[in-house]
Write a protein that binds this ligand. Structure first.
Ligand SMILES: [Zn+2]
Length: 452
């Protein structure tokens, strides 16, 4: 129950019209009574897992983008949020290779290492992409950096050094073979090699839009000869991250077993290395827009987990003054490198409740692979009337859940509190305020897998 205080750590700003939530881990006077929307219960195993990584996107990068947008970002509306540490095997600072390896494999490695046990016996560490492929799922890697850069590489390849582009490209094309590969070209990737490996190669926004997304399609987007241009500078004929997402989802969704997608906003980091605030903000906003597309696609499906996170913070950014919507905030930078600042982790959908119990990047893999289908702590508490208090949970299935209550969290002694049935995105548990019980905390557990 480490997550019960997450709200107080997130530092979100109150802005107009957003869906900010009010708290977690409710202390309420209880008696019985449960109320819920009625949809028929159904099994909802996790079909799709979508991991959205803002490279270098620390909490102040998000805050700077909020200031410029004049509102919370879309993913600020995700119901489960925490912050995670990012340290590597060698110390407090991490590079993208070690951080993405921790996320993909659950193991801390040295900087520069791509999903191998270094330090250790240098054996291959199974990545999330490989684990989901074993489950029969399709897979995809989409980035605004070049495709063989460290973050996508840690999911689709194994190499002792992030600079081993030829090995990383060969792993993609000949070994892990994700159905979707989209990002900047060169650095080991070539159109000929991708075509020879059975991929339909697309090289600009037009050919991407025209690409066949039907079952069995493998599409390799090689857009330009390095990272994609910054959003701030305009993309010309090349697709932006919001152009890549719909086609990637189309292709991946044709697999009846579902899919794993790693979506990276790869250039937030590049802008922050240059302490370039406008490009940092525009890249962060484009990444947020891409997450919004993903969530719109998944809305109401009840079978998808979306995690939004960063691999590390870049630049030591601090927002000093919000100058209003459409204006750059006043900021300071402390470095041209990475920092050890904990980074945000946001969750939406099946098992997103596990986010609140997460403190380190090496624990993200377990959330992505969990079959627990909850448990969840409440995401909102409201005094409905003097007699009734409601606790809300964000879920995304029609499952039936058991509600439990405990008087204290340390130690917790969970007692049955009734069942609730989810509508597509929410369940509500109402408790009367008559003092039949002392103040209590509530949680939600699936009656499906792991619910007993
Ligand atoms: Zn960097």
């Amino acid at each position: 129950m480490d997550g019960v205080n997450w709200k107080t750590t997130m530092g979100l700003r109150a802005r107009s019209g957003d869906g900010r939530l009010t708290g977690v881990g409710c202390a309420l006077a209880v008696s019985a009574a449960c109320l819920a929307a009625a949809l028929p219960g159904r099994a909802a195993p996790i079909r799709n897992v979508i991991l959205c990584i803002g490279d270098g996107m620390g909490p102040e990068q998000v805050e700077a983008a909020r200031c410029y947008a004049g509102t919370n970002l879309f993913f600020d509306s995700f119901p489960y949020q925490t912050r995670i540490t990012t340290f590597a095997a060698g110390g407090a600072l991490t590079d993208s290779a070690a951080a993405a390896t921790a996320i993909a494999t659950g193991h801390k490695v040295d900087d520069g290492v791509i999903s191998l046990a270094i330090p250790g016996d240098a054996s291959e560490l199974e990545t999330l992409l490989e684990a989901f492929q074993k489950q029969g799922k399709a897979s995809g890697l989409v980035t605004t950096s070049y495709l063989t850069d460290a973050t996508p590489a840690a999911f689709g390849a194994h190499a002792p050094s992030r600079g081993e582009y030829a090995q990383i490209a060969s792993n993609y094309l000949n070994r892990t073979r994700p159905e979707v590969l989209m990002g900047g070209g060169d650095s080991g990737m070539s159109a000929d090699a991708a075509a020879n490996a059975g991929y339909t190669v697309v090289t600009d926004a037009a050919t991407l839009a025209a690409a066949d997304a039907s079952g069995g399609a493998r599409v390799c987007g090689l857009f330009g000869s390095s990272s994609l241009p910054y959003e701030y500078d305009g993309l010309g004929d090349l697709p932006g991250i919001t152009n890549m997402v719909p086609k990637a989802l189309d292709i991946l969704d044709s697999d009846p077993d579902g899919f794993f997608l790693m979506l990276e906003g790869g250039r937030i980091d590049h802008a922050c290395h240059d302490n370039d605030l406008p490009r940092c903000i525009f890249e962060t906003l484009a990444f947020d827009a891409a997450v919004k597309l993903v969530a719109a696609w998944a809305q109401g499906r009840g079978d998808t987990l979306i995690l939004v996170l960063a691999d590390h913070e870049t630049g030591g950014l601090t927002v000093l003054k919000d100058n209003g919507a459409g204006h750059l905030p006043k900021v300071s930078w402390s470095t041209g490198g990475h920092t050890s600042t904990p980074v945000p982790l946001y969750g939406w959908g099946v098992n997103a409740g596990l986010v609140t119990q997460t403190v380190d990047n090496a624990e993200v893999r377990a959330i992505a692979l969990s079959t627990a289908l909850m448990p969840a702590v409440g995401v909102g508490v409201e005094r409905f009337s003097p007699e009734v208090t409601r606790t809300r949970w964000a879920v995304s299935s029609g499952d039936v859940y058991r509600c439990e209550q405990t008087v204290t969290l340390q130690p917790a002694a969970w007692q049955p509190g009734g069942t609730v049935t989810a509508d597509t995105t929410r369940v509500t548990f109402a408790t009367t305020n008559a003092a039949a019980y002392p103040k209590s905390f509530f949680r939600l557990l699936s009656t499906q897998v792991g619910g007993k």
